[in-house]
Each structure stands twice: as C-alpha cells, then as structure tokens.
Design a protein around this ligand. Structure first.
Ligand code: HEM
Length: 221
C-alpha cells in the first residue's frame, strides 16, 4: 500500500508569533545590555515578560499542541522515546523536546524575574530593587548575568537539535513558520483554539504590564 502524506496544522499563530518575536527580543535584549541602552533594555524585557506570561496562559487554555499537558510526558515515555530506533511521529513537541521547551521557558522566567531586582550600579534599577536587601540584589544581579549565558548555551543546543532533525529529513523550522507539518499516515488533527481568545488574553496582559511597568520607562525615555 502506498504511504499517504498530508499537511496537518500543528502550530497555531500565537505559538509561532510567540516563538519568533521571543527570538528577536532576546537578540534585542542582548544588544541593548551590551550597548548600555538600559531604557531600551527595560522596554524589551517588559515586552518579553508580556509574551512569556501569554505563553504560560496559552499553555493551559491554548490549542492542543500548545498545552503543557500535551508535551510534558512521564519520564518513562521520554526514556522509551529516546531509546526507540524508529521514533513515532509527533504532531507537536516530541517527548524529549517537550522537556527542552520547559527548560527554555523556565530559564526565561528566571531571567525576567531576577531582572526585576537587578541593578547596573549606575542609573538603572529593576522596579523591585528596593524591596530586598543589598546582598539579595547582588545575588540576583549575578544570577541575571550568569543565567543569560546559560540561556545562550541551551538555545544553541535547541537550534543544533533542530538542525540535526533537518539533516535527518524532518523540517521542523518550516512547521514553526507556516504552522503546517507534512505527516505520514492517519493522525488526528490537533484542536486549535480561537485566535480572538489569544488576542484578548494578550491585550489584558499587555495592559497590566503597560500600567504597572512599561508606561513609566517610555515616559522618561
Ligand atoms: C533561529 C533560531 C531558532 C530556530 C530555527 C528555532 C526553531 C524552533 C522550532 C523548529 C521549534 C519547534 C520544535 C518542535 O517541533 O518541537 C521551536 C520551538 C521552541 N523554541 Fe526555538 N528556534 C530558534 C531559537 C530559539 C531561541 C533563541 C529560543 C529561546 C531560548 C527558543 C525557544 C523555543 C521554545 C520555548 C520553543 C517552544 C515553542 C512553544 O511551544 O511555544 N528558540 N524552535
């Protein structure tokens, strides 16, 4: 029997937008910190904070493949998947990749939270700087600097993994751009959540970040 390939929508627009805007913002955060453009650094950080908060909410209420319950699998499943010579096709993140996603999202969370308490000892202080002791500020600033290198290391591993899949004939990058994956055989189409819900959630989160953090920085630019 001839094998049947079909195009299936695996990533909704919110996940794809989250991914690529996050990549751009990480680059912008790196550049702004390096160039001492600390107002811009704060603006980019608050935008990333909004985006990350959105992704965490979307991981609960979003489309099937965006949900944490869809890609956080038991350690037994992960070991089985890693050992499997003929790996089954995954519609979203595979069991191993799911843990990399959790790790990257956790590292980004640590980066953003520590940044709220950090200082450059010149002009810029995070908005929560004055709520903790100076020892805590020093530690959190140190974590903020070191964690960025850890993010770079794991992001490099993540990109390398994507390239390995590409070389082996599975193009995950196109799927993260178009949303569609070419799959073989009969697989159920993942359920996609309505884009309007994503826009409403994003707008609420953006308003919260704007009024509590962003507006002040933009005003004094
Ligand atoms: C140009 C470089 C990059 C490429 C080509 C790329 C590609 C991809 C691809 C293809 C996926 C889907 C993987 C799958 O099918 O399971 C993905 C997911 C993901 N990537 Fe990247 N990536 C890049 C950079 C980054 C960076 C710098 C980060 C941040 C540290 C990152 C974080 C993530 C996260 C968190 C996901 C999960 C998306 C979600 O479920 O919301 N990526 N990436």
């Amino acid at each position: 029997m001839q094998s049947q390939f079909k195009q299936i929508k695996v990533w909704d627009f919110p996940v794809r937008a989250f991914h690529w805007v996050m990549v751009v913002l990480l680059g912008a955060l790196w550049w702004s910190a390096d160039a001492g453009e600390m107002s811009l650094h704060q603006i980019f950080a608050y935008l990333l904070l909004t985006l990350l908060a959105f992704r965490l909410v979307w991981g609960v209420i979003g489309s099937d493949t965006a949900k944490f319950t869809h890609f956080i699998r038991s350690p037994k499943t992960v070991v089985q998947y890693a050992k499997d010579k003929h790996k089954p096709q995954s519609l979203g993140h595979n069991p191993l990749g799911g843990y990399m996603v959790v790790l990257l999202l956790s590292l980004l969370t640590i980066q953003l939270v520590t940044g709220l308490f950090a200082t450059d000892d010149i002009f810029t202080e995070g908005p929560l700087y004055s709520y903790v002791s100076s020892d805590a500020v020093s530690t959190l600033t140190w974590v903020h600097k070191q964690n960025f290198n850890i993010i770079l290391g794991f992001a490099a591993m993540h990109v390398l993994a994507v390239i390995v899949y590409l070389v082996k004939g599975e193009n995950l990058i196109t799927a993260m751009i178009t949303g569609y994956k070419r799959v073989k055989g009969e697989l159920l189409h993942p359920k996609m959540t309505c884009i309007w819900l994503a826009l409403i959630v994003f707008a609420v989160l953006f308003a919260a970040v704007w009024f509590s953090l962003l507006a002040d920085v933009v005003k004094y630019m």
